[in-house]
Design a protein around this ligand. Sequence first.
Ligand code: NAG
Length: 293
Amino acid sequence: MELIQDTSRSPLEYMKGVLLIKCFAEALGPLQSFQAQPDDLLISTYPKSGTTWVNKILDMIYQVGDLENCNRAPIYIRVPFLEASDPGEPSGLETLKDTPAPRLIKSHLPLALLPQTLLDQKVKVVYVARNPKDVAVSYYHFHRMEKTHPEPGTWDTTLCHCPLPASPHVQEWWELSHTHPVLYLFYEDMKEVRPPNPKREIQKILEFVGRSLPEETVDLMVQHTSFREMKKNPMTNYTTVPQEFMDHSISPFMRKGMAGDWKTTFTVAQNERFDADYAEKMAGCSLSFRSEL
Ligand SMILES: *[C@@H]1O[C@H](CO)[C@@H](O)[C@H](O)[C@H]1NC(C)=O
């Protein structure tokens, strides 16, 4: 019998100065053997920034809008998660071995931990960034339901001692976009309900990956990648993940999918504290976010 190590609610571990959940930290050794291919496409995000949304959009592009193909397996199988290694489940690396080229690959790794082969092979990157206040709220609820994370404590303590600050991630990938093929997208632009979005962002992705699709297919994609559709689609709402890893009764994986909802959670004092801290962390960076639409 395979020995299954219990990594549930384990403390975070430092790897090259970055705090990681235990099972990701353990995946880094085997990842040394990962070999990128020039036609791979990396979807990089800080967690809770629209990752699954962009995964679904790209999967639909690669499947030329064929819904049946897209719904053949959960999104985390169709777009393997590079650093995933939940005990008893196939790792990201194993899933990638069975994935035919051209491959879509998802990762949350900071550049310091990213396998160098992805940069050496000049693999194209689609990056999505989201305003940090919505990310903080979303991450808090995810923390509560995703059992490989340590217990989050209260919202206030989570916000005070956020172990995984988003600011270095969004900044370093922004810097990388000046020297490497990175399409840098913003969640708020995708979310904007005024036409032509999210269509305009889908067109940007199509152009970046060098494909074109008929107008009707793009309209179909807009419809099937909407939050409402993805929340009720078992292949994208993560209910196929065993309950020991994700407990949707605590908080669903697809929770609200909104821009600016942080206002219902942050107190005035928390907001002031966050703004001051954030301004310091982002000093000198030209990136800016819309905190509401
Ligand atoms: C996930 O999708 C299934 C199938 O449509 C649905 O029954 C379930 O309520 C959804 N779950 C969540 C947590 O959104």
